[in-house]
Design a protein around this ligand. Structure first.
Ligand code: SF4
Ligand code: FES
Length: 248
């Protein structure tokens, strides 16, 4: 396949960025999107030009690093896949592909296609954990009964990989889907109820502090989420937040 890539190049957070056009030849349908970018970068290095900076790690759809806006969609045209699991067979010979970083005030560009998503880490640090006594009298987790449905819903919420596609898809750059997944995975389990009130208040407060927008129920986040995180988590977080606000 021959393709035309229009890639966002930006030297650093302060610099003004712009789209640069790169023709690329010999792209195979079996290549992943990141492998196609690797080929481009090899060609740029051979020509003595600066390679395109993009984030990646596992390349297995697990780590959530590979966050690219491809033709206006987070993680590209496929559903329930990350950019690293997107294959070039989804594109046609002669296509032009526009590749940009995830755009949100709370995700400042570091360079080219790489953004700083440490705002997500700070939301996690605000309450995305449980405290367990490990002094020798710890209760075995399996000794605490958990309903099957609650266990399944908690597990599904826990599959959020923190990629940020939900924020990039949202017209308000809201982080409600991410935060609600992190709140839900604990709110549904007895082990998570101990700190539930403090957790939801602190995580929502941090989310607002980071500059993410509000949820207006558009649902774009759920459609673009590579892990199929459901909007039900946002409804659950709102209920948790309301109850926690009354408790203080
Ligand atoms: S909710 Fe989905 S889109 Fe948002 S960070 Fe988690 S995995 Fe990514
Ligand atoms: S590189 Fe880890 S999810 Fe894509």
């Amino acid at each position: 396949m021959k393709l035309t890539l229009k890639i966002w190049r930006q030297a650093n957070a302060q610099a003004k960025g712009s789209l640069t056009t790169y023709p690329i030849d010999g792209v195979e349908g079996d290549m992943s999107f990141l492998e196609m970018l690797d080929v481009l970068n090899e060609q740029l290095i051979e020509k003595g030009e600066e390679p395109v900076v993009f984030d990646h790690d596992c390349r297995e759809g697990i780590c959530g690093s590979c966050s690219l806006q491809i033709n206006g969609e987070p993680h590209g045209p496929d559903r329930l896949v990350t950019t690293c699991q997107l294959h070039m067979r989804k594109f046609n010979d002669g296509d032009t592909i526009v590749i940009e970083p995830f755009r949100a005030k709370a995700f400042p560009v570091i360079k080219d296609l790489m953004v700083d998503r440490s705002s997500f880490d700070r939301i996690q640090q605000a309450g995305g954990y449980i405290s367990v006594n490990t002094s020798g009298n710890t209760i075995d987790a399996n000794a605490i009964p958990v309903e099957k449905e609650a266990a399944d819903d908690s597990f599904n919420a826990a599959t959020c990989i923190g990629c940020g596609a939900c924020v990039a898809a949202c017209k308000n750059a809201s982080a409600m889907l991410f935060t609600s997944a992190k709140v839900s995975q604990f709110a549904l389990l007895p082990q998570g109820r101990v700190e539930a009130t403090r957790r939801v208040l602190n995580m929502v407060e941090q989310m607002d502090k980071e500059g993410f927008g509000n949820c207006t129920n558009t649902g774009a986040c759920e459609i673009e989420c590579p892990k199929g995180i459901s909007l039900e988590n946002i409804a659950r977080m709102n209920r948790e937040y309301l109850a926690a606000s009354f408790k203080g």
